[in-house]
Design a protein around this ligand. Structure first.
Ligand code: MCA
Ligand code: AMP
Length: 503
């Protein structure tokens, strides 16, 4: 049997009583218990008729069982498809239909509302709650774990994660066993993770950061995680003295810095704080060092590429930069044709390596537009590479807002607002936000004579979009600024409203 992810992440500690997860109530999940649960989910899914390569979509709240479901998919050769619990039924419908998911796992509270959609898409609907109940959990409870793990080749798919684009519908990034394993191995070595590490895990588990970077590294080393349902400042501060590492988005760090309990002594047991998913301000980096003595290690990645660059463990962690390409990852700053630019010039970052995904699920045209024939992936991030190889992300070539580490595609929000009968047009822009880094502002032109208050857009937004995508502010104006070509000047709007969240 060959199944690289199983062999490296799950098999080595399968009989170990060492803790894998510590949960908020003080309960622990040992490696042996986790392995058993993975095997039970694998067997239940197979009994339901799932075949290797089938997609298993899960829109559930964070729990130990979600990770076991991921492990179960690995064991049964299934493709795990995690989805943000904040998504509306309309958003979910697209993901289930596009992926052709065989099974949709949802929270019991949502089952009735999703039944029609699941049936229409021919997906079997089962439930999982955070307290280990629900139809899937109940079936797993009494089930004998899968005895023979499904064979998988390195290029077989392990997961699909949807990521939006600046145009069109979200695209399913196909991640292979090789993509996930190679990245976990590279990061483990680079960041010197061992079985003695105890990682504060306060991230969601429906994205690369919390699901793959944090979890796969821990599984690979046999270390443990303080597994929290969400980022709760009090819980994270209480966990610091017992932990050795934390991974977070910049908002975690700004919230910690705003609390006087973040001190040198509170963090004296910690060896490493890692930040990513959005730009960490150099100022935040410096303030954190001044307060705690720790230099936050910033790294850079994407759903399509896993992690591509990182500041070093030993050596200079340069504030404002995302460090150097990972071992065996090539990174270059290019012009629009893919021609590498001289060091110091701004261009688009392209990356190549085992970390780079297999393409977009059933979207060959979109794959071809972003993944070059020679294997380089066009990230859409604007970057500069210094003479010594350090990469700085200076902007985005794509129209994207990253709020608290979550991506908001303005186009998707504008389409919903523009469909309102009293709206002529709108522009959604990201502006600085003290907590989230960036936040979305909608600038809306109402139809002449229409009495359109900002709240009147709410029903349309509620029906279509997860709440984290809703604009934090709606501003009505008479006309959008346009250049001579008639293009909306988003830069001007960003400038006009740059202080609207200033404290
Ligand atoms: C929650 N809300 C947000 C966000 N999160 N709005 C905008 N941006 C957000 N990120 C909204 C909710 O809809 C809700 O709105 C209100 O804020 C309060 O929600 P709550 O859940 O209480 O918020 P929170 O606990 O304060 O969460 C903020 C957070 C969280 C801790 C920053 O969003 C978070 O954990 N972010 C991390 C995301 C992440 O893991 N990103 C990695 C993906 P209302 O009141 O209207 O209902 S990127 C990735 O994986 C790449 C590969 C990489 O490089 O890592
Ligand atoms: P996602 O599509 O959710 O995978 O988000 C990937 C995007 O997050 C990248 O294309 C970058 O724009 C951004 N990103 C991730 N890490 C960093 C970082 N350390 N600094 C700046 N931007 C980042």
């Amino acid at each position: 049997m060959s199944n690289p992810l199983y062999t490296h992440l799950l098999a080595p500690h399968r009989s170990s009583d060492a803790p894998f997860l510590t949960l908020p109530a003080g309960e622990t999940v040992s490696y042996a218990q986790f392995h058993q649960r993975c095997g039970q989910f694998a067997q239940v899914l197979i009994d339901m008729g799932a075949k290797p390569g089938d997609r298993i979509a899960a829109q559930v709240h964070k729990s130990a069982d979600v990770l076991a479901l991921y492990g179960g998919c690995v064991m049964a050769g299934l493709v795990f498809l995690p989805l943000n619990p904040a998504y509306t039924v309309a958003e979910l419908d697209y993901f289930v239909a596009n992926s052709g998911a065989r099974v949709l796992v949802c929270d019991p509270a949502n089952a009735a509302g999703l039944a029609d959609m699941a049936a229409r898409n021919k997906a079997m609907l089962v439930t999982m709650s955070t307290d280990r109940t629900g139809t899937l959990c109940d079936l797993a409870q009494g089930c004998t774990p899968l005895a023979t793990v499904e064979a998988r080749k390195p290029d077989d798919l392990a997961a699909i994660l949807y990521t939006s684009g600046t145009t069109g519908r979200p695209k399913g990034a196909m991640l292979s066993q090789r993509n996930l394993l190679s990245n976990a191995q590279a990061l483990t070595g680079l960041w010197q993770f061992t079985k003695d590490d105890h990682l504060i895990h306060a991230l969601p588990v429906f994205h690369t950061h919390g699901l793959f970077v944090a979890t796969n590294i821990t599984l690979l080393t046999g270390g443990s995680m303080a597994f929290m349902p969400r980022f709760d400042l009090d819980a994270v501060i209480a966990a610091l003295p017992h932990a050795t590492t934390m991974m977070g988005v910049p908002t975690f760090y700004t919230r910690l810095l705003a609390d006087a309990r973040l001190t040198k002594s509170a963090t004296s047991n910690m060896r490493l704080f890692i930040s990513g998913s959005a730009p960490l301000l150099a100022d935040t980096h410096r303030q954190f060092t001044d307060r705690t003595g720790h230099r936050i290690l910033e790294r850079y990645g994407m759903t399509e590429t896993n992690m591509s660059t990182s500041n070093p463990y030993d050596g200079e962690r340069r504030p404002g930069t995302v460090g150097l390409p990972l071992p065996d990852v090539e990174a270059k700053v290019c012009d629009a044709t893919g021609q590498e630019l001289p060091r110091g010039e701004v261009g688009t970052l392209e990356v190549r390596g085992d970390n780079v995904f297999q393409g977009y699920w059933q979207m060959p045209d979109k794959t071809a537009a972003e993944l070059r024939a020679d294997g380089f992936f066009i990230t859409g991030d604007l970057a500069v590479m210094a003479q010594d190889g350090y990469v700085t992300i200076v902007g985005r070539g794509k129209d994207l807002i990253i709020a608290g580490g979550l991506n908001i595609y303005p186009k998707e929000v504008e389409e919903v607002i523009d469909a309102h009968p009293d709206v002529v047009e709108s522009a959604v822009v990201g502006v600085p936000h003290p907590d989230l880094g960036e936040a979305a502002v909608a600038v809306v032109v109402p139809k002449g004579g229409a009495q359109l208050g900002p709240d009147m857009l709410q029903p349309s937004l509620d029906a279509a979009l997860a709440r984290f995508k809703h604009p934090r502010k709606v501003i009505m104006i008479d006309a959008l600024p346009r250049n001579t070509m008639g293009k909306v000047q988003k830069a001007a709007l960003r400038d006009t409203y740059k202080d609207c969240f200033a404290t």
